[in-house]
Write a protein that binds this ligand. Structure first.
Ligand code: F6P
Length: 547
């Protein structure tokens, strides 16, 4: 492994650098379309229900071919196949990376250490489905015999963002008689606000934690138990009101949750790749097992596409390579994801963990410091709101910000006719933004509108802001699964080319360790030995004000 060349030393990398400076020094989307109008049709890939248009990128056929050559040289497909086979490609944690097994069909065979993991996946899914139905039907009752009407998921990171995002995304498919909330922050205000209007006798807590050692989750779960017991006054109530989602049965039992009420997953599922495992239980209760399975089918469509589609029509591969083009050859620092759907309000926050925890790395798989840029800053909020906030900077600022625009041909069911009619206006904005970003407005066009000369520079849009437009018919469970798998594999492709381990997250450990060291100084007033002067001064200022 140590003889793996750094990506920047590969001739394919140099070829892309030369192409950037010699052939496309000043890429101009107007000119690219004028030279080749067919790119509007040719630079489109279809996967499942997704139509992915990448024609508004600062690329031509040669760029795409060179990017594909880089993918071949860095053996993206070899690593992909190793992942799907269950090899331990997460080398720093010595683990397989098999979130794709979570949506494999019942008859698939995927082995880890000689054992087929698929039957276990379906056993848990079946148990989840049984439990979800019991809650939805009212058969599962609380300690006092009352029906469960509230579900509170307690988890953080991958044990929160996925189900919370998907619950919002699929609200139209949820049982509206159930109240479903998500508590993640160790700030007590989070739990306080989540439960303040709930009746403990009707509330189910789902404690979601892969490790069951995460301080925020264990602390919030402990406080939730106190809240419950303060009302119900009987330790035995915990069994009816708490279930756990975890890989760690021992810690679950230590906490006091019966392991019969635990839904397991496995160390080959990374936290940020886990929401289609048991971690999705809150979502399954909300939308029902059938819809949840439709979502898994959607994931699977993209998994199969990623595994088998030819490189030039492989959507995650193309999206990953286009990101590399800007990140590594145009000095772009960030990537915006802009869904034109209110229901996708948490989608970009979810992608932040997926992308930034995966590819925010500065050593390669061999432990060598990287001398090339790795993961971008991912950000964004739903359109049209962002248009009235930060789009100005994308249009006329000095930074290159590639963006994904995501939209749907139809609004979800359930809106009044008047609200449904607003959908065309929403989508008109998506199309207009993509157009303005790509083609801008030249000084001549501005002058032709009679704008006074001194204002012309201010009203000129340089354009050439690259976007991918992802269009689907409707936001269904399957389409949500397709979208998530698309981004999971895009992130994979980039990590493979950058030769980094996209599946560890050592970078979040230091803060956790230091928080544990500092906390006694805040609560007990004890001195923390060896505290640096800067932190010591902050702690002193805090203590002073806390009195
Ligand atoms: O932020 C670090 C992290 O380990 C994430 O990868 C994970 O999703 C999150 O913490 C929560 O971890 P757990 O599910 O073990 O509580």
């Amino acid at each position: 492994m140590s003889d793996v060349p750094e990506p920047t030393r590969r001739p394919q990398w140099t070829a892309l650098e030369n192409h950037r400076t010699d052939t496309l020094p000043q890429p101009d989307l107007r000119a690219l379309f004028a030279d080749d109008p067919s790119r509007a049709e040719r630079y489109v890939v279809h996967v499942g229900d997704l139509r992915i248009d990448y024609s508004r990128h600062l690329v031509n056929d040669e760029t795409l071919a060179l990017l594909q050559e880089l993918a071949v040289a860095t053996d993206v497909s070899g690593l992909r196949d190793a992942m799907f086979r269950g090899e331990r490609i997460n080398t720093t944690e010595d683990r397989a990376v098999l979130h794709t097994a979570l949506r494999a069909p019942r008859d698939a065979v995927i082995e880890v250490d000689g054992e087929n993991v698929v039957p276990g996946v379906h056993d848990v899914l079946d148990r989840m489905a049984g439990f979800a139905q019991q809650v939805r039907s009212g058969e599962w009752t609380g300690h006092t015999g009352r029906r469960i009407r509230n579900v509170v998921n307690i988890g953080i990171g991958g044990s929160d963002l996925g189900p919370a995002m998907a619950y919002e995304a699929l609200r139209a498919f949820t049982d509206r008689d159930l109240t479903v909330r998500f508590v993640s922050n160790v700030d007590g205000a989070d739990l306080h606000e989540a439960v303040r209007d709930l009746d403990p006798a009707e509330t189910l807590f789902i404690v979601a934690s892969k490790t069951f050692t995460t301080i925020e989750t264990v602390t919030n779960a402990t406080s939730a138990r106190s809240w419950l017991l303060a009302a119900l006054g009987d330790e035995k109530a915990v069994a009816a009101h708490f279930v756990a989602l975890s890989t760690n049965a021992e810690k679950v039992a230590d906490f006091g949750i019966d392991t019969a009420n635990m839904f397991e997953f496995w160390d080959w599922v990374g936290g940020r790749y886990s929401f289609d495992s048991a971690i999705g239980l809150s979502l399954m209760i909300a939308i029902g097992p059938d819809r949840f399975r439709e979502m898994l089918d959607g994931f699977r469509i993209v998994d199969e596409h990623f595994r088998t589609a030819p490189a030039e029509a492989n959507a995650p591969l193309l999206m990953g390579l286009l990101g590399i083009w800007y990140n590594n050859f145009h000095d772009a620092q960030s990537h915006a994801v802009l869904p034109y759907s209110h229901y996708l309000s948490k989608f970009t926050a979810y992608l932040q963990q997926l992308d930034m925890e995966s590819n925010g790395k500065s050593v390669d798989r061999q432990g060598r410091p990287v001398v090339w840029q790795t993961g971008p800053v991912v950000w964004g909020t739903p359109g049209t709101n962002g248009q009235h906030a930060y789009y100005q900077l994308i249009h006329q600022g000095t930074k290159l910000i590639p963006a994904d625009l995501i939209g749907f041909a139809r609004p979800v069911d359930g809106l009044s006719d008047e609200l449904k009619a607003q959908h065309d206006l929403l989508m008109a904005n998506l199309f207009a933004q993509g157009q303005a970003l790509a083609f801008g407005r030249t000084a001549e066009e501005v002058r032709a509108d009679g704008v006074p000369e001194e204002q012309v520079p201010h009203r000129t849009f340089r354009g050439n802001h690259p976007t991918t437009t992802i269009l689907a018919t409707e936001l269904t469970p399957s389409v949500l699964g397709q979208l998530i798998a698309l981004y999971e594999h895009k992130v994979f492709v980039q990590g493979a080319v950058w030769n980094i381990d996209s599946f560890d997250q050592w970078g979040v450990e230091l803060g956790k360790v230091l928080a544990k060291r500092v906390e006694p100084a805040l609560t007990g007033g004890a001195d923390v030995p060896g505290l640096d002067p800067s932190t010591a001064a902050l702690v002193a200022a805090y203590r002073e004000r806390r009195k």
